[in-house]
Design a protein around this ligand. Structure first.
Ligand code: 4NP
Length: 147
């Protein structure tokens, strides 16, 4: 299973989803590939936001080795599932999809809800972490057993 987490900046939400899922994948001995990307290009080459690094560190997960990159159409070939954080990300990624098959790979990370953007609100980082961790645990359960 190859999973790509996508948000707008690739510095707050998707690095958390990337780091948390990667951690759970290792704990569960799964052979999954996990990555993240942003639809925007402002932070390419940067580390995740210091507040995402800090909240993840508090729960034992290291995001400091991640580097921001922008989503690219080639990601449709590289990944089985492309999980986006909100409806804005959903329409941006869908706009880059070509084949029918590409469209089938895209879904909201939370299925029928959004992960709010914490960029302008320091107090959102902890609840966003909790929300993402809960869903990552479900993903492990739902998708373990698929290759
Ligand atoms: P993210 O948050 O999409 O969760 O990484 C954002 C980070 C940066 C910006 C927007 C959202 N920005 O406009 O720079």
């Amino acid at each position: 299973m190859k999973i790509l987490m996508v948000c707008l900046g690739n510095i707050c939400r998707s690095p958390l989803a990337h780091g948390i899922l990667e951690h759970l994948v290792a704990l569960n001995g799964l052979n999954w590939e996990v990555d993240s990307a942003g639809t925007g290009n402002w932070h390419i080459g940067e580390q995740p936001d210091r507040r995402s690094i800090a909240v993840a560190k508090k729960y034992g997960i290291d995001l400091s080795t991640q580097t921001c990159r922008q989503f690219e159409p080639a990601d449709f070939e590289r990944f089985d599932r492309i999980l986006v954080m909100d409806y804005h990300n959903l329409s941006d990624v869908k706009a880059l999809a070509g084949k029918e098959e590409d469209h089938h790979k895209i879904s909201l990370f939370l299925n029928d809800n959004i992960v709010p953007d914490p960029y302008h609100d320091d107090d959102l980082f902890d609840p966003v972490y909790q929300m993402i961790e809960k869903r990552c645990k479900e993903l492990i359960k739902d998708l373990a057993g698929t290759s």
